[in-house]
Design a binder for this molecule. Structure first.
Ligand SMILES: *Cc1c(COP(=O)(O)O)cnc(C)c1O
Length: 385
C-alpha cells in the first residue's frame, strides 16, 4: 500500500535521539529551548513554546486568550476535531463558519455575515481558529480586518502549514494573529513523534502559555506573590498541565528542522506533477491562492461525480483495493456524533458537506518517488477512465 503520508527518519535523526538518550537530560534540558529557538528564528516569531502535541498547544492558546464559560470559539467545519475541542476543554461553546469553494478554508465572506448576525444577537466569538487546510493559508488579512472590527482573537491552526508562507512571510510570523499552532505528528511536515508548538509575538501570552504547559508553576521571582523561602522555592500561581515536550522529541525536531524547507519544496514538486498528470481526469485539483505558498501537507482532489459512473465511495474503495492508501480529510466536525448532540444538523454548512461528498486525499510525502506517484496516477486513470 502506498500510504497517504509518511515520515522520513534519517541516520542523523537516530543518532541525535540516541545521543540525547545517553545524556543527562531526558526532559527539561537544553534541546527543547534549542528546538524552540530554531523554529522561532526560522519563521520569524518572537516566542515559540514546544509542547507534547498541537492539541495541547491549542488548549493553552485558548486559555491564555481568556476563553472560558459563556464564550464562543468559531472555526472551520473541515478540520481535525482538535481545532474545535480546544474550546470545549475551556468550558466554552463552539460554532462553525462554512468553507470557501476554492481553498476549502474558512470563508471570510461567510464569517462576516455570521459576525454581523451574532453582533445583533449578542454572541460574538472570543476566538476564531483559522485552520490552514492542506497547508494553504487562510485569507488572514481579511480575517484580521474582521477581528479589528468585531473584537475577537485569532489562533492559526497551522498544523498542516509548517514551512508554508503567506504574502511572502513564513506562517507563524504572526502579523495577522495572536497565536499560531504547529503539529509535529509523524504525518505532518516535520516530526517529533508526538509534539506541537505555540508561537506568538506577545510577551504576555508567551509567559501565560509557559506557565500553563507546566502545572502553572513558576521559579521567576517577578511572578511570585512573596519573596522566596529559599533556593528550592517555586510557586504554583495558575492551574496548569503537564504538556511538556521531552528532550528526545526535541532532539528529533532539531535534527528534522534542517530539512523543513527541502521537504516543502519536494511536496510542491510532487503536487505540481499531480496537477499536470490529472488535468484531463473528471476531478478538481487543488487551487492555490497567489498570496500563498502552501505547506502542501495534503493533496486533495474533488471528484466531478456528474461525469463519473461510480460513486465517491466506490472510487475510494477501488483506489484502496489497488494499493493506493487514499484518505479523506475531513468528516465535517459538526457531523460527528459528539457535536450533533449540540444541535448541529445536515444543511448547516452546505459547502463543507459538498466538499465531504467529493474529496479524496492522494498519497503525498517528501520521500515519494516518481514510480510510486506514477502508480497512483495510473490507478486513478483506470478507476476514473
Ligand atoms: C494533526 C492536527 C491537529 C492535532 O495535532 P496533534 O499534534 O496530533 O495534537 C490539530 N489540527 C489539525 C488541523 C491537525 O491536522
Amino acid at each position: 500500500m502506498i500510504p497517504y503520508g509518511r515520515q522520513e527518519i534519517t541516520q542523523a535523526d537516530i543518532d541525535a535521539v540516541v545521543s540525547t538518550l545517553k545524556s543527562d537530560f531526558l526532559t527539561q534540558g537544553p534541546k527543547v529551548p534549542l528546538f524552540e529557538r530554531m523554529i522561532a528564528q526560522h519563521v520569524g516569531a518572537r516566542h515559540a513554546l514546544a509542547v507534547n502535541s498541537a492539541t495541547s498547544a491549542l488548549h493553552i492558546a485558548c486559555l491564555s486568550l481568556g476563553l472560558g464559560k459563556g464564550d464562543w470559539l468559531w472555526t472551520s467545519p473541515i478540520t481535525f476535531v482538535a481545532s474545535a475541542n480546544c474550546a470545549l476543554y475551556c468550558g466554552a461553546a463552539v460554532d462553525f463558519v462554512d468553507i470557501d469553494v476554492n481553498t476549502y478554508n474558512l470563508c471570510p465572506k461567510a464569517l462576516e455575515t455570521k459576525l454581523i448576525a451574532a453582533e445583533q444577537q449578542g454572541w460574538l466569538p472570543k476566538i476564531v481558529v483559522a485552520v490552514h487546510l492542506c497547508g494553504q493559508p487562510c485569507d488572514m488579512q481579511a480575517i484580521h480586518a474582521l477581528s479589528q472590527r468585531f473584537g475577537f482573537s485569532i489562533i492559526e491552526d497551522a498544523s498542516h502549514a509548517v514551512g508554508g508562507k503567506y504574502q511572502g512571510d513564513f506562517i507563524g510570523s504572526g502579523q495577522y494573529s495572536d497565536i499560531t499552532v504547529f503539529s509535529f505528528h509523524p504525518v505532518k511536515i516535520v516530526t517529533t513523534a508526538e509534539g506541537g508548538m505555540a508561537l506568538t509575538n506577545s510577551d504576555a501570552l508567551a509567559s501565560r502559555m509557559d506557565l500553563l504547559r507546566s502545572h502553572g508553576i513558576t521559579r521567576d521571582p517577578a511572578l511570585m506573590t512573596q519573596d522566596a523561602d529559599g533556593p528550592w522555592y517555586y510557586q504554583q500561581i495558575e492551574l496548569g498541565f503537564n504538556y511538556r515536550m521531552t528532550e528526545l522529541q526535541a532532539a528529533l525536531g532539531v535534527s528534522q528542522v534542517g530539512r523543513l524547507d527541502d521537504y516543502v519544496a519536494k511536496r510542491h514538486q510532487l503536487a505540481e506533477r499531480y496537477d499536470k498528470a490529472l488535468e484531463s481526469l473528471p476531478l478538481v485539483t487543488p487551487w492555490q491562492h497567489p498570496d500563498s505558498y502552501s505547506g502542501r501537507h495534503l493533496y486533495v482532489i474533488r471528484l466531478k461525480l456528474g461525469q463519473i459512473n461510480n460513486s465517491h465511495r466506490e472510487v475510494f474503495e477501488a483506489l484502496r483495493e489497488h494499493g493506493i492508501g487514499v484518505n479523506l480529510h475531513y468528516i465535517p466536525v459538526p457531523a460527528q456524533p459528539y457535536y450533533e448532540q449540540m444541535g448541529f444538523r445536515k444543511g448547516d454548512f452546505p459547502e463543507a458537506e459538498r466538499y465531504y461528498s467529493e474529496a479524496i486525499s492522494l498519497p503525498l510525502y517528501p520521500t515519494m518517488n516518481p514510480a510510486q506517484q506514477d502508480e497512483v496516477i495510473d490507478v486513478l486513470q483506470k478507476v476514473l477512465g
